[in-house]
Design a protein around this ligand. Structure first.
Ligand SMILES: Cc1cc2nc3c(=O)[nH]c(=O)nc-3n(C[C@H](O)[C@H](O)[C@H](O)COP(=O)(O)OP(=O)(O)OC[C@H]3O[C@@H](n4cnc5c(N)ncnc54)[C@H](O)[C@@H]3O)c2cc1C
Length: 424
């Protein structure tokens, strides 16, 4: 079976989401600061009623599978929904689908005890609280094998010490999920374990909050952990399982980011198109200039290519029901998306001239965001290495120093097959 069509009932929902995001959610981007400050008075007045509308429509927090108590939409439908949410900074939170809470809820649904689910998962899914996922350390995030934050067992407790970095949302979070070294002498990928830690536990100190260029607030915490004690049951998964636990959130998270990135790039493209048919120079529309047409054509093709890659990966994830089986595809999506957003946002910026680089337009923020999506969840280089490694697993060396497909061998094989039928 091969079809690019969306089920008509679901298309109705997508159409509703598109109009709702455009007409009611996107205006919030121009009025509110951080989407994570759920206790801010304006958040309560403006965001809560929109969330209620989404809940009424049955489209709230659709990311959990049925085995985890969710709706089980599957990755393909989630991808199509995220393509719409991503058109506004507030889209994900209005639909109960914001990172890092979605991924953290997946971890809790998988590994939490019934008490932890009651205390943390339920209010998290209801967006009564928000959360923080913290693994990166100041000395380097791309290589988890050099992390030093430790958790040492003392009786029934674990004592955590160390520093974490760029912990998004730290200052608003009700709890943290933290990766810490519990077994320094174990093999590389068995050294660390994952813990859930209430944010008000003594010993957690936010040293500084860093902001991403263009973000309205500084929300990425440099967090110091000094003798932070948690009971043993706060370990998520088994001892040494941190990488296994982290995998639960990474596949879906990367796919959702990809479709939101696509949405941002699509907005840049739409604005670029409007600009080039509106502006005249040297006696004609910008759109008539061939070098401008090249930018439009390249951007359109790149958007279509990327969208197909993401949707195919989402479809494969639904077929396999196992992120490991689509590791190569997810890494490919993650590796391509920064360049897609960067190139299209930069072209849109350039074609808007001085206006494009001003505060009045979002392009500079989106160009910076392209670097964000190329770093968060691991830098592009690391994902390209994964793609290449996975691809090359299907290849074996040639039998001797010449390629197997060298011309004279191909002719020999062809002759062996058809030689008796052809004349000399
Ligand atoms: C906006 C934002 C939000 C974030 N939120 C969170 C969060 O909530 N929780 C969290 O734990 N972390 C978070 N991060 C951190 C993010 O995961 C790290 O930035 C990322 O893993 C890279 O680590 P680093 O910044 O220390 O860069 P480094 O590890 O120092 O890497 C810097 C550069 O070195 C190069 N490089 C690194 N490794 C390789 C390699 N193997 N091969 C070739 N080149 C390489 C790449 O060009 C890379 O960009 C966030 C980051 C950003 C930007």
């Amino acid at each position: 079976m091969w079809s690019f069509a969306t089920d008509p009932d679901f298309q109705t929902e997508l159409d509703w989401i598109e109009a709702f995001v455009r007409d009611k959610v996107a205006p919030l981007d121009h009025l509110l600061g951080s989407q994570w400050d759920i206790h801010a008075p304006n958040f309560k007045k403006l965001v809560r009623p929109l969330q209620a509308e989404v809940q009424q429509r049955g489209l709230w927090a659709c990311h959990l599978g049925p085995e985890l108590g969710g709706k089980g939409y599957g990755q393909l439908k989630l991808a199509l929904m995220n393509e719409q949410f991503g058109r506004s900074r507030f889209g994900p939170i209005v639909f109960g689908a914001q990172a890092p809470d979605t991924g953290n809820s997946e971890i809790l649904a998988h590994y939490g005890t019934p008490e932890q689910k009651k205390r943390w998962l339920e209010p998290l899914l209801a967006n009564e609280i928000v959360s923080c996922f913290t693994i990166t350390e100041p000395q380097g995030g791309a290589d988890p094998l050099i992390f030093t934050t430790s958790a040492v067992r003392e009786g029934d407790e674990w004592v955590i010490n160390g520093e974490k970095w760029f912990a998004s949302n730290a200052r608003f979070a009700a709890f943290y999920i933290i990766m810490a070294v519990t077994d320094p002498d174990a093999s590389a990928y068995r050294r660390m374990s994952m813990f859930i830690v209430p944010a008000d536990t003594p010993g957690i100190e936010i040293v500084r909050n860093h902001g991403l260029y263009g973000e309205p607030e500084d929300v990425h915490g440099h967090v110091r952990w000094s003798n932070v004690r948690v009971p043993h049951e706060n370990m998520l998964g088994e001892r040494g399982d941190a990488f296994v636990v982290a995998q639960v959130r990474l596949g879906g998270g990367r796919m959702h980011h990809a479709m939101r990135t696509l949405a941002q790039a699509t907005r840049a493209f739409e604005m670029m198109c409007e600009r080039v048919v509106s502006r005249f120079t040297k006696g004609e529309q910008l759109a008539k200039k061939q070098m401008v047409q090249e930018k439009i054509a390249d951007s359109w093709v790149e958007l279509r290519q990327f969208r197909l890659l993401v949707l195919e990966t989402a479809w494969l994830a639904d077929q396999n029901k196992d992120w490991k089986a689509v590791r190569k595809n997810v890494a490919a999506v993650k590796a391509v998306m920064p360049k897609l957003l960067h190139d299209i946002a930069a072209r849109a910026l350039h074609l808007h001239g001085s206006l494009g680089i001003s505060h009045e337009m979002p392009f500079a923020e989106w160009v910076i965001n392209s670097y964000h999506v190329g770093l968060a969840d691991g830098p592009t280089e690391v994902h390209k290495v994964t793609v290449a490694r996975e691809v090359l697993k299907d290849y074996a060396p040639a039998n001797d120093m010449f390629p197997d497909a060298i011309g004279y061998r191909e002719r020999e094989r062809a002759l062996a097959l058809y030689g008796h039928l052809i004349e000399a």
